[in-house]
Write a protein that binds this ligand. Structure first.
Ligand code: SF4
Length: 357
C-alpha cells in the first residue's frame, strides 16, 4: 500500500496531537518501565481496560519488580490472576520474567530477537514493549489497530486471517514516525478503543476523518471484514464436591489442556446417554468411596473461548478417609478453600456449594 508522503505526515501529526490531548490516564502509562508495560500488555490481551486496571494495580503492588515476580510461587501468581481468565498468560509471564532475571540481569531485553523468544511474547507484545518502553520504531498491531487500518484504507482483507495481520504489520512499518513511535502505536490503539469502535465509530470526532477512505465511502460500519469464529464445542461434565471431616477435596488439573495446572474440583467427562446417578456410583467405585450423596444437584453452564461446558455438580460426604485419593488431589480445610486460585468455572461451582468470599 502506497501512502503519499504529505498525507502520511499529516496522519502521523494529527494522531500524535490527538493522543497527547485525549489519552486516558491509565496506571501503566504513568511510568516508563518495561516491566509495567509487559505486565499490562499481557493482561490486556482479550480483556477490557476497565477489568485490567484493578488487577494490574494489585499485581504491581504485590510484585513491584521483576525480582519479586521471579521469586514468587506459581500459586501466588495465579491467585492474583484469579478471575482474569486465560491463565496460561500468567504462567507464561512468570516464566518469561524468571528468564529475564536468570539470563538478562533483571532487565527486559530491548532487542527484538531476544524479547520475542521469551515465553508467551508474540509479535504484538514485542512491538508494544519495544516501542512504548524503549522508543523503537516497531509495529504493535492488535485488534484495534486492524480495525482502524481496515477503515482508514478501506481494506476488505479478512482480519481473522494470519496473512492479514502480516499485511497490517507491513502497513504499520510504513506509517510509524521516527518521532515518538510508542505514542504513535498507542494513539492508533486508543483511537480504535475509544473513537473507531467496533459497532458505532464516532467519525465526527475522529482526528483522521479527512484521510479515511472507509468513512468517505460510507463503509465504516461494514468494515473490518471478519469471518465468524466457530461456536464453542459443547461438552457435558460432572463435578464432585467431595467432603470429609470438614475438608473439601481439591484437585489440580492435568498439566496440559484446558485450565492446565489450575486448582479445581474433581471433574469427569459425562456420557450423556448414561444416567448421571450411575456415573456417580461409578466414580465412587473407581475411587473406593463410600459416600452419602447429597440430594442437591446443581446444574449450570460455563463458556470458555472454545468450549461450552454443561455441568452437573454433585455434593457428597464421605463416611471415612479413603485409602486412595484421585491423582493430584488433596484435602483442604473448608475455611481455607478460597485461599486457592480457582478459575471462574470452579469459583461458580464453589459458590453453589456455599463457599463464598
Ligand atoms: S473516520 Fe471513522 S471509520 Fe475512519 S478511522 Fe475515524 S472513526 Fe474510524
Amino acid at each position: 500500500m502506497e501512502i503519499g508522503d504529505n498525507r502520511l505526515h499529516d496522519i502521523q501529526e494529527m494522531l500524535l496531537q490527538w493522543y497527547l490531548e485525549n489519552q486516558r490516564d491509565l496506571p501503566w502509562r504513568r511510568h516508563s518501565n518495561a516491566y509495567y508495560t509487559l505486565v499490562s500488555e499481557i493482561m490486556l490481551q482479550q480483556t477490557k481496560v476497565a477489568t485490567v486496571i484493578p488487577y494490574f494495580e494489585r499485581f504491581i503492588k504485590r510484585f513491584p519488580t521483576v525480582y519479586d515476580l521471579a521469586d514468587a510461587s506459581d500459586d501466588d501468581v495465579v491467585k492474583l490472576w484469579e478471575g482474569l481468565g486465560y491463565y496460561s498468560r500468567a504462567r507464561n509471564l512468570h516464566a518469561a520474567i524468571k528468564e529475564v532475571v536468570a539470563t538478562y540481569d533483571g532487565v527486559i531485553p530491548n532487542e527484538k530477537e531476544k524479547i520475542s523468544k521469551l515465553k508467551g511474547i508474540g509479535p504484538y507484545t514485542t512491538g508494544a514493549v519495544l516501542s512504548i518502553a524503549y522508543k523503537q520504531k516497531v509495529p504493535a498491531v492488535d485488534g484495534n489497530v486492524m480495525r482502524v487500518f481496515s477503515r482508514l484504507f478501506d481494506m476488505e482483507d479478512d482480519i481473522a486471517k494470519p496473512a492479514t495481520r502480516k499485511k497490517m504489520e507491513a502497513i504499520a512499518e510504513q506509517i510509524i514516525p521516527d518521532r515518538s513511535p510508542g505514542d504513535f502505536n498507542q494513539a492508533l490503539m486508543e483511537l480504535g478503543a475509544t473513537v473507531c469502535t467496533p459497532k458505532s465509530p464516532e467519525c465526527l470526532f475522529c482526528p483522521i476523518r479527512n484521510f479515511c477512505k472507509g468513512y468517505q465511502a460510507g463503509r465504516e460500519h461494514i468494515l473490518p471484514i471478519k469471518t465468524k469464529a466457530k461456536a464453542p464445542k459443547k461438552a457435558s461434565v460432572i463435578m464432585f464436591g467431595v467432603k470429609w471431616n470438614n475438608k473439601l477435596l481439591v484437585q489440580k488439573r492435568p498439566s496440559s489442556g484446558l485450565l492446565a495446572n489450575m486448582w479445581a474440583l474433581p471433574t469427569e467427562n459425562r456420557m450423556e446417554e448414561m444416567p448421571y446417578i450411575s456415573q456417580i456410583e461409578e466414580y465412587c467405585e473407581m475411587n473406593q468411596y463410600s459416600a452419602k450423596i447429597s440430594e442437591d444437584v446443581y446444574r449450570f453452564e460455563h463458556i470458555f473461548s472454545h468450549r461450552h461446558w454443561k455441568i452437573i455438580l454433585i455434593s457428597m460426604e464421605l463416611s471415612e478417609n479413603p485409602v486412595y485419593l484421585p491423582k493430584r488431589s488433596i484435602w483442604v480445610d473448608e475455611q481455607s478453600v478460597l485461599e486457592f486460585a480457582f478459575p471462574k468455572v470452579y469459583q461458580k461451582a464453589l459458590e453453589q456449594l456455599g463457599y463464598r468470599n
